[in-house]
Ligand binder design. Structure first.
Ligand SMILES: C[S@@+](CC[C@H](N)C(=O)[O-])C[C@H]1O[C@@H](n2cnc3c(N)ncnc32)[C@H](O)[C@@H]1O
Length: 261
């Protein structure tokens, strides 16, 4: 097995921004020299490390993520921490729904922390759904295939305590500025939010009032520059206590609550 400095040097030469950390992870996660070399070649070609090793670290958990599936981002951890607090504080029965679930990362964090909660997760991409089932099934997450809230069962409508969605929210014209790792290795459908990036967010917001129980919450990830428009969208659909959520000094999500207790 090559030494960590030699692996890090290859990664640095290929332009990786954290070569030492990536080298340590690759060496710890890779069974033998042949596999390591094949993995290094893939990484040098720009494939996301998470797709190569088959998992991502998210909110302290290891989440399976296959090639072609959106890689959960650290910037989503503040949103899921807030969702967890809100769900824990909700009186039972606790129902959480994660739309646009991808690998199921958010749903898994909620289900693992609150085993008595009913957690449902929806996506419309078969590869993402395979990962979501692999990650979520052992924790009882109900993974459903379809367009946004369409596949949710009737007994969940009006009963959701916490609704989360990390919709695609990159404005279509800005997709070309994304890092090549995202542009070339994640599906456009996971990234493209339409002209101002908020097409899907508007659809989730419109569905939220009929999904949430009185006092239930919706949390939606945005880029900081979209927060003002996104909060107006939440207000216009009739949600109350609309606010922005922060991760350190950056706005990363918006939230609103259904009127009620
Ligand atoms: C930005 S990714 C977020 C994935 C996951 N929540 C995460 O943070 O890792 C957006 C996801 O939305 C899914 N998606 C896009 N449009 C959808 C739609 N109309 N209905 C259901 N899922 C959709 C994509 O397949 C993708 O998995």
């Amino acid at each position: 097995m090559p030494s960590a400095p030699r692996v890090a040097a290859r990664l640095a030469a290929a332009g990786c921004i954290a070569p030492d950390a990536e080298a340590a992870l690759l060496l710890a996660d890779t069974p033998g020299d042949d596999v390591l070399d094949a993995r290094l070649v893939r990484r040098e070609a720009g494939e996301p490390l998470e797709h190569i090793v088959g998992w991502a670290s998210f909110a302290g958990r290891r989440v399976a993520v296959s090639p072609g599936v959106f890689v959960p981002r650290p910037r989503s951890e503040a949103l899921v921490a807030r969702a967890l607090d809100l769900l824990a504080a909700a009186p039972p029965p606790r129902v959480a729904v994660d739309l646009c679930t991808g690998s199921g990362a958010l749903a898994v964090v909620l289900a693992a922390a609150l085993p008595d909660a009913r957690v449902l997760a929806v996506d419309d991409d078969r590869r993402a759904l395979d990962d979501a089932r692999r990650n979520g099934a052992p924790l009882g997450v109900e993974v459903l295939e379809g367009d946004l809230d369409a596949p949710l069962p009737p007994d969940v409508r009006g009963a959701v305590a916490v609704l989360t969605a990390i919709v695609p929210y990159v404005p279509a014209d800005e997709l070309r500025y994304l890092p090549a790792e995202a542009r070339e290795h994640e599906p456009r459908r996971a990234l493209d939010g339409g002209p101002d990036g908020l097409d899907l967010l508007r659809r989730v917001a419109a569905a939220a009032p009929s999904l949430l129980r009185p006092g239930g919450h919706v949390l939606l990830e945005v880029a900081a520059h979209q927060a003002a428009t996104a909060t107006k969208v939440l207000e216009l659909v009739g949600l109350a206590r609309v606010a922005v959520g922060w991760d350190d000094d950056e706005i990363t999500f918006v939230e609103g609550s259904a009127p009620g207790p």
